[in-house]
Design a protein around this ligand. Structure first.
Ligand code: S3P
Length: 169
């Protein structure tokens, strides 16, 4: 089984994904890291040197690459679902889950480097607009998890495991 975690920047896709993969005993893939390793430069630099479109193309290619792994939990970049057909492609490859975290909680998580490392974030007003705009795309996921401010990654993982079990029956 392949599980794709989608959601806005800071929603915990990487942290939750790594734990979930561990619990399921399958590979964990972080698409941003896959791209960085392949290109040999940081995501931020790809944006700076080549622009967003070039990064989106690399994202799509990396999605095709993980499609060749049979069982994996995949943490995706927050903008992957914004390109036409990417959600459809993920859904054809496996189960998509939207980690839906309230904006205020996300904003608290970006403090410091969270802003610097993320080229798509400029200021709070722009981030809010992007957040609102992207929700329609995220909502195309197979499953949505409403995540509370106090919820720990381990608790999110337990809920996902229950959901997967109920999907399988
Ligand atoms: C992006 C999200 C980032 C990364 C890139 C663009 C976006 O990943 O892919 O900076 O457009 O939302 P995270 O969601 O892991 O921060």
């Amino acid at each position: 089984m392949r599980i794709f975690l989608i959601g806005f920047m800071g929603s915990g896709k990487t942290t939750v994904g790594r734990l979930l993969a561990d619990r399921l005993g399958v590979d964990f893939v972080d698409l941003d890291s896959l791209i960085e390793n392949r290109e040999g430069i940081a995501v931020r630099e790809i944006f700076e040197k080549h622009g967003e479109e070039a990064f989106r193309q690399l994202e799509r290619e990396s999605l095709e690459e993980v499609g060749r792994i049979k069982e994996a939990v995949v943490a995706t970049g927050g903008g992957l679902p914004t390109r036409p057909d990417n959600v459809g492609r993920m859904r054809s490859l496996g189960l998509t889950m939207w980690l839906d975290v309230p904006f205020e909680v996300l904003a608290g998580r970006w403090s410091g480097d969270g802003w610097v490392d993320r080229p798509m974030l400029r200021d709070e007003a722009q981030a809010r607009e992007l957040f609102d705009h992207r929700r329609a795309r995220y909502s195309e996921a197979d499953l949505k998890l409403d995540i509370g401010a106090e919820e720990k990654p381990e608790e999110v993982v337990s809920r996902i495991l229950l959901l997967i079990a109920s999907c399988a029956t």
